[in-house]
Design a protein around this ligand. Structure first.
Ligand SMILES: *Cc1c(COP(=O)(O)O)cnc(C)c1O
Length: 376
């Protein structure tokens, strides 16, 4: 009997050149959080983003958000507005700094931060004499947030924006690469992302002095001296030269990975078009999504669960959409501005297997099970 293999939601997909760069790290004994691969990886990212930025390779996307908050001078008692519909890593660094998160719900078109609610939150906080110190907006599942509207509001009130582009490397907004749309951008190279270094991230800065400061903070904040001298608190957040070798190899195939994931999306959409209880997250005008994950929303919680359980029975991993932060036990006490959109999506939405290494047989197997689960 043929045994079916497990299908994962989003698994690593090496391109081939990774081991060459990793071998170079070994051959030259650059087994450290600095070296030619770190420089090469940063250059490749910078080039991909159009050269109009500076890039610091770090140990994770979470670390990149933390450093961005530190560079913005966020501290104890400050308020930071964060998209509620996201992964907890978008918000956790706010707490690392002793600051207070304020969560803002999503709009229906992109599933990202609702500009109307954002402005409402800002005005409300200003009336209470607490002007928010930063905004963290997220391109969820690779679909760009409404950057024009968010940026206009942020500018109006003089609040810097951190662009959480962890899921959107390869996406663009009116031709501009995601990660370069705000004051700081962050990327993630965790194992499930569109390209991976097994674990890693990057901070995207607007000028070289900010990158220099970021690298300084990420390497224990060592002052210029022969001995170890410190006048500020640092972190151990730099990327390893071994892992940056994987990153260099992955950069060579990033465009292919985007193509493959977009193909997955189109295939699902075409073959599930007859299913009236399923709708797809669309690509808004002016936006190009890397389609990191193909997301659907169903007509009811029960439908979503029926599909998810049927897939699980066949050893296929799918997952409900992110549980909004304002509904998480750890953040429930925090102030939030909601409209029901993300809670509803959480209840009815599902992430389908979306790896760039899925083949047509895999997709057909998944689609057949979804259709069967809907007809049973
Ligand atoms: C993955 C992810 C992060 C965190 O990245 P790590 O590299 O895993 O620390 C942050 N925000 C979002 C939206 C993510 O999906």
């Amino acid at each position: 009997m043929l045994t079916k293999t497990k299908i994962y939601l989003s698994s690593p997909h090496m391109g081939g050149a990774e081991q060459k760069y990793v071998a170079q790290a070994f051959d030259s004994n650059w087994i450290a959080p600095l070296g030619p691969n770190v420089d090469g990886f940063e250059d490749a990212i910078k080039h991909y983003l159009g050269n109009d930025c500076d890039v610091a390779a770090l140990s994770s996307g979470t670390a990149a958000i933390h450093i961005a908050l530190r560079l913005l001078g966020i501290g104890v008692g400050d308020e930071v507005i964060c998209q509620s519909f996201t992964f907890a890593a978008s918000a956790n660094p706010i707490l690392y700094e002793g600051a207070t998160p304020i969560f803002v719900d999503s709009e229906l078109e992109t599933w990202n931060m609702d500009p109307y609610l954002l402005e409402k939150a800002i005005i409300d906080r200003i009336h209470k004499n607490k002007t928010p110190k930063a905004i963290i907006a997220v391109h969820l599942y690779g679909v760009p947030y409404k950057a024009h509207a968010i940026q206009t509001i942020a500018k109006k009130y003089g609040i810097p924006v951190i662009e959480d582009s962890a899921e959107a490397f390869g996406s663009t907004y009116y031709g501009k690469p995601c990660g370069t749309l705000a004051d700081f951008g962050i990327l993630s190279f965790n194992g499930n992302k569109i390209i991976t270094t097994s674990g890693g991230g990057a901070l995207i800065c607007k000028d070289p002095s900010l990158k220099k400061r970021a690298v300084f903070l990420a390497t224990q904040a060592r002052d210029d001296a022969a001995h170890y001298e410190h006048s500020s608190i640092g972190f151990n957040y730099r990327m390893s030269n071994v892992l940056a070798g994987i990153g260099r190899g992955q950069m060579e195939v990033l465009d292919l990975r985007v193509e493959a994931r977009r193909r997955n999306y189109e295939y699902y959409k075409r073959h599930l078009s007859e299913c009236n209880s399923i709708t797809f997250l669309e690509e808004p005008t002016g936006c190009f999504s890397n389609r990191w994950i193909t997301c659907i929303s169903t007509d009811a919680f029960e439908t979503r669960e029926r599909i998810r359980k049927a897939l699980l029975q066949d050893d296929i991993e799918s997952r409900p959409l992110w549980k909004p932060m304002h509904l998480q036990p750890v953040f429930m006490h925090c102030l939030s501005y909601t409209n029901g959109v993300s809670e509803d999506l959480f209840n009815r939405g599902l992430c389908l297997p979306s790896g760039s290494n899925l083949d047509t047989d895999d997709l057909n197997r998944i689609i057949a099970i979804i259709k069967k689960s809907l007809n049973s």
